[in-house]
Write a protein that binds this ligand. Structure first.
Ligand code: PA5
Length: 353
């Protein structure tokens, strides 16, 4: 019998807004994003900023989170993410503030942008249009135009790699830029294994989606996968339309592990997903083994997904990419359109402004 995820015609019918097609184009969109600044003067140079803050919400915040996770061991200045109407008190004229809103109309991000301007931060905006583009034009703030036609979360290659190019321009990626090439090669290889035409028997993403059916996933990321675990969580919320939670190691050893003591009736509906990293620090790796033993004895199901590649960026991007595919297949298995965001829109309509 044909597995439901191998019925390509049915999948394409359900995937009305072609989320899978956009996920499949991730490697090419990453390459396009690297060229987004060609012939464009960003008005930033190797000025010594004291910190970098990326302001954005939801799908437009994740690119910044990944940048932070990638550059954490090498960046001499802090990179932080601000997801609110107002900015941290330390944002001032020594800050590089990158405001990201795919639609350009997200209330919280627009408010943070206006505040950054008042505090005289150096600002770059990233948007496909909307009020952010208008404001940037009016205030003569550099505006990186993201291509139209995506769901914000599906524009992640554009958001992450354009932020990365800026980080490079200000001198933060000097020793690590070569990681970009390896990452894109690995994304291509993973795509050849996880695309819609690739059959269930050889398709890791279809298999994981199928195993997740009927479970509430809790995702635990290795040290480098804090943002990626959260991305799996939110992609499963948005693309698959099911509840999920996330945590990361070693933090999860100090709290999340206690969930293994919950009532067995409850736990049988929960699936732990461990995002592991072959280069995890030895102490943490040893404890992950113990964590896995405890969770697998008590949770309904446990799935382990190991990162691919050698470079830190490849290990981040490969695990993220698997999650993007899994979330779309799981949504389709549940008969949902991965692209729809009715409840997000309902909340946005209730904005006061
Ligand atoms: O994935 C989504 O659609 C959301 O999480 C949006 O990214 C979020 O609501 C913010 O909107 P925007 O990305 O347009 O600023």
């Amino acid at each position: 019998m044909v597995h439901p995820l191998d019925d390509v015609t049915l999948l394409k019918q359900l995937d009305k807004n072609e989320m899978l097609k956009v996920i499949e184009a991730f490697p090419e969109n990453s390459l396009n994003a690297l060229k987004i600044f060609d012939g464009y003067d960003l008005k930033v140079n190797k000025k010594t900023f004291r910190n970098i803050v990326i302001a954005g919400m939801g799908g437009s915040a994740i690119g910044g989170t990944l940048l932070r996770d990638w550059l954490q061991p090498t960046s001499p200045i802090p990179i932080s993410i601000s997801k609110n109407y107002s900015l941290p008190a330390y944002v001032n004229e020594d800050t590089l503030l990158m405001a990201v809103s795919y639609s350009g109309n997200t209330e919280e991000t627009l408010s943070a942008l206006v505040e950054a301007k008042k505090r005289q931060a150096t600002i770059i905006t990233f948007t496909s249009g909307g009020n952010m583009a208008k404001y940037a034009n009016q205030e003569e703030i550099p505006c990186v135009k993201l291509p139209v036609g995506f769901q914000p979360r599906a524009a992640i290659p554009y958001q992450f790699f354009s932020l990365a190019v800026v980080a490079r321009k200000v001198g933060l990626v000097e020793g690590t830029w070569s990681e970009v090439d390896e990452s894109i090669k690995i994304l291509r290889k993973l795509r050849s294994e996880m695309n819609i035409e690739s059959p269930y028997d050889r398709n890791m993403a279809k298999q994981i989606a199928s195993q997740l059916r009927g479970y509430i996933p809790l995702i635990y990321g290795s040290s480098i996968h804090e943002g990626v675990a959260y991305r799996w969580n939110t992609q499963i919320n948005e693309n698959s339309k099911i509840p999920a939670g996330s945590n990361n190691f070693p933090e999860a050893f100090h709290n999340a592990v206690m969930a293994s003591e919950a009532d067995a009736v409850l736990l049988k509906h929960v699936c732990a997903i461990l995002l592991t990293d072959p280069y995890e620090q030895a102490e943490t790796a040893a404890k992950i083994q113990r964590f896995r033993d405890i969770m697998s004895r008590r949770f309904g199901r446990l799935i382990e997904v190991s990162a691919f590649g050698k470079a830190r960026l490849s290990r981040i991007m490969s695990s993220l990419y698997i999650g993007d595919f899994v979330s779309a297949y799981l949504g389709l298995l549940n008969g949902k359109d991965p692209s729809s965001i009715d409840s997000i829109n309902e909340l946005k309509r209730s904005n006061l402004g």
